[in-house]
Design a protein around this ligand. Sequence first.
Ligand code: UD1
Ligand code: CA
Length: 456
Amino acid sequence: MQITTIILAAGKGTRMRSELPKVMHKIAGKSLLEHVYQTSKQIPGNAIKVVIGHGADFIREKLSYLDVCWVEQLEQLGTGHAVQQAAGQIGDDDIVLVVYGDVPLLKFSTLQNLLGLSSQESLALLTVNLDNPTGYGRIIRDGNGRVQKIVEQKDATPSELAITEVNTGIMAVNGQKLKKWLAQLGNNNAQGEYYLTDVVAMAATDGVLVSTCQPQTGNEVLGVNNRLQLSGLERLFQQGQAEMLMEQGVTLRDPLRFDLRGTITQLGQDIEIDVNVILEGEIKLGNNVSIGANTQIKNAVIGDNVEIFANCVIEDAVVGANSRIGPFARLRPGTVLAKEAHIGNFVELKNAIVAENSKINHLSYIGDANVGSHVNIGAGTITCNYDGVNKSRTVIGDGAFIGSSSQLVAPVTVGANATIGAGSTITKDCPDNQLTLARSKQVTLSGWQRPVKKDA
Ligand code: UD1
Ligand code: CA
């Protein structure tokens, strides 16, 4: 059975009050449309068509990686009109699944249930019962409980408005039948639109069974129309992710103050995450990792037993086992720490490879550097990696000791077990095993007197 999914995403989203097309707004760092796409993509052999209108060029360009066929709806004349734009790409024997680009939390299992219910001879409709059905199309059933039609809020009579079973807009139906009904749609209704929902009445008239199922929770079919709803769905999504992590053995100090904007591709045991931690991109976390409050980690590999203290920012970096990071440390892209590293407060590393057991504990900038093992870098050390035009590398040998407040002017090499005296500005390579100093000699002037205040 060929499934063709049509994602409706042409609407403007006026109530977002945004330059950005509505479906490009994000939940958990990913656009609404990508959420719907990725869920639909899980259906094997699915051919996905996306109907776009407002911001069409922008969407196509930003999401050019999607394996979809873009269909343009030049004027937004209603959901029925939107589906009609894709009619040329619907095969007679396809099962056509219609979903909305602004309903991002829909689950794959719900789509599977709906598809399981569908057949070439029937129309399957996803409905939901809402305490407050305002704004939604109401499901009208006959005395035997058979679905007769859908009536939009604006076209409904008072008794119809009292119905709490509503249309989610999501349906699955045979291609040939759908195309026939689409061609018959009119716009003689309160909104002057071509309603997709009118195909339900046509199905009933043609004697085609309309079967319904419901999602596990109503949350799945909530749509985004404004920024309040966007934030509500963000929290629901994050809560779902937090629950999944806790089920897998992660301690979250407060699941309401945790954000995952990406995927954890490796998850160890006994991980502890304090409040306001943001994980982004692709993250690997080893066993016994603990992450302090207010820390942001993006695209990183964190080894076993790593302690990350509060207020760290880590991006495109690897942290070896048993390392201690922060508080207030920044690991920028290209940082690779072997095991047992100690990176302390106000230390910034960029494009730096640090071998095992090395310490950079206070107030340092180490950029474009190779640091050996068992190195101790004193407070306030700076690798001067940039001459205003080019970047150069600093190489520090195993066992070296860099005295506090030193500047290493790259390109420069400090030998193995070398010692650099505090306050040195190193511009030439330093030999192994020796003390190198590059600072003015200390002098004491005997007989010097402090000036005294002149008489007024
Ligand atoms: C629609 C349904 C309503 C249902 C509700 C669920 C119709 C007529 N009504 O109403 O029964 O309860 O969804 O949320 O279908 N779109 C286009 N092109 C258009 C118009 C809409 O692509 O010309 C897209 C929108 O971008 C949006 C989706 O279709 O993603 C739904 O459109 P919207 O205007 O929000 O429909 P509702 O009035 O909410
Ligand atoms: Ca809507």
